[in-house]
Design a protein around this ligand. Structure first.
Ligand SMILES: Cc1cc2nc3c(=O)[nH]c(=O)nc-3n(C[C@H](O)[C@H](O)[C@H](O)COP(=O)(O)O)c2cc1C
Length: 387
């Protein structure tokens, strides 16, 4: 068994175990992938300030997100088709998250349905909702989330149109997949993955098939997907969604202080500064660079979280010290899930927590709640002086 010491180790195993089309689906950004790359590399421009001879005993990474207790300020971000990365992927990731004590957010485009995840877990999870045209479907989705006792709804606002990811088109990854001969040939070499997929019935979009009008089987999905997303979305429409859901609400996909202010006006409890992991607008700033101006605009009004590019506990620490209340991870746990299932996700969370805890200690802190900007050295123009 290989010795796993960092998230990158999972990525190597994941690449070997999972069909190329699903690896590529995860490990890509839109167009040139500039934003995808910079989401991670921009963290390297922020340095940590080492302190010594400070009492480092009795440390804690415990925190809260939207008033809910968490073992560390990290959440598992919604990732579509997680159940194709590993059989029953959403259920396994949700279980690992609940055992570790961090929130799991289920995607609208998941393979396991809301009900299925609820039946197979024991703590509430969060439900991500895409902004679709069909009011009846939207209302029903919020009702289903409520029925499943989801403890927050997360409305993703950065996907009215889809950013083009070249590799998905080349691999025939669509909903449902249009397999190319090369994809089929590659899939047949992934024996462990294939055996797992054969052992489960969960292979289609569980929240859509049988719930969206006219989608009774996977073959009708592509027509539905093509027209389902609401290109004319505006903040009034988001206010309507707010009325459909009276629980805690998080708005995900904010990159501009003006949009952050709009999210506050809608009555959200938190926002996630996110560029969808570089999968939507290529050429946008990395999330970590976009964070500060947003904090300046709304930091005293709403909880501000961040995602995109986070691959380690040090990244979490930097995000937190910059002022984000919490960091969400996407690919970091998908690598681990694809590589080793539930056990992998649990181990990935442990690795991140250890990196967070040790780095925090070496910066002279014992409590994540007390960490502030003082532990960082950030280039003066990090957030940019743009014309
Ligand atoms: C394969 C994949 C699928 C995703 N699917 C969704 C989704 O269904 N809904 C959503 O709101 N965000 C989705 N995202 C974006 C993530 O929620 C999150 O914003 C992103 O992964 C953060 O970047 P990171 O992967 O670098 O951590 C997806 C991301 C990936 C990598």
């Amino acid at each position: 068994m290989p010795v796993i010491t960092e998230i990158e180790d999972f990525k190597r195993l994941y690449r070997r175990r999972v069909p190329k089309m699903f690896y590529d689906y995860c490990e890509s950004g839109s167009w040139t992938e500039q934003t995808f790359r910079e989401n991670s590399s921009d963290f390297d421009e922020i340095y940590l300030r080492q302190r010594v001879a400070v009492d480092m005993a009795g440390r804690s990474t415990k925190s809260q997100m939207i008033g809910q207790d968490v073992a560390m300020p990290v959440a598992l971000a919604p990732v579509g088709m997680t159940g194709m990365q590993h059989y029953d992927g959403e259920i396994l990731a949700a279980r690992a998250a609940e055992r570790f004590g961090v929130p799991y957010c289920l995607s609208t485009m998941s393979i396991c349905s809301i009900e299925d995840v609820a039946r197979n877990t024991s703590k509430p999870f969060w439900m991500q909702v895409y902004t679709l045209k069909d009011d009846a479907f939207m209302k029903n989705l919020f009702d289903r989330a409520k029925e499943a006792k989801c403890s927050a709804a997360v409305i993703t606002v950065d996907l009215q149109v889809l950013g083009q990811r070249h590799r998905d088109l080349k691999n025939g990854l669509s909903a449902p997949p249009k397999l190319t001969p090369a994809s089929v040939a590659n899939m047949m070499t992934k024996i462990g993955w294939g055996m797992g997929m054969l052992s489960t019935k969960r292979r289609f979009f569980g929240n859509i098939v049988g719930h969206a009008k006219g989608v009774s089987d996977p073959s009708s999905l592509s027509t539905w997907t093509a027209q389902a997303f609401d290109q004319s979305l505006n903040w009034d429409r988001i206010r309507e969604f707010r009325k459909m859901w009276d629980g805690p609400l998080i708005i995900k996909g904010i990159m501009d202080p003006r949009d952050a202010l709009e999210a506050c006006n809608v009555g959200a409890d938190a926002i996630v500064v996110s560029n969808h992991g570089g999968r939507q607008l290529d050429g946008a700033l990395s999330s970590i660079r976009a964070l500060e101006p947003i904090l300046d605009a709304v930091g005293d009004k709403i909880e501000v979280h961040i995602d995109s590019g986070i691959r380690s506990g040090q990244d979490v620490l930097k995000a937190r010290a910059m002022g984000a209340k919490a960091a969400w991870i996407g690919r970091a746990y998908i690598y681990a899930l694809g590589a080793m299932g539930q056990k992998g996700v649990k181990q990935a969370l442990e690795i991140i927590q250890k990196e967070l805890d040790t780095s925090m200690a070496l910066c002279g802190h014992t409590d994540i709640e007390k960490v502030d900007r003082d532990i960082l050295m950030v280039p003066k123009d990090f957030s940019g002086n743009w014309a």
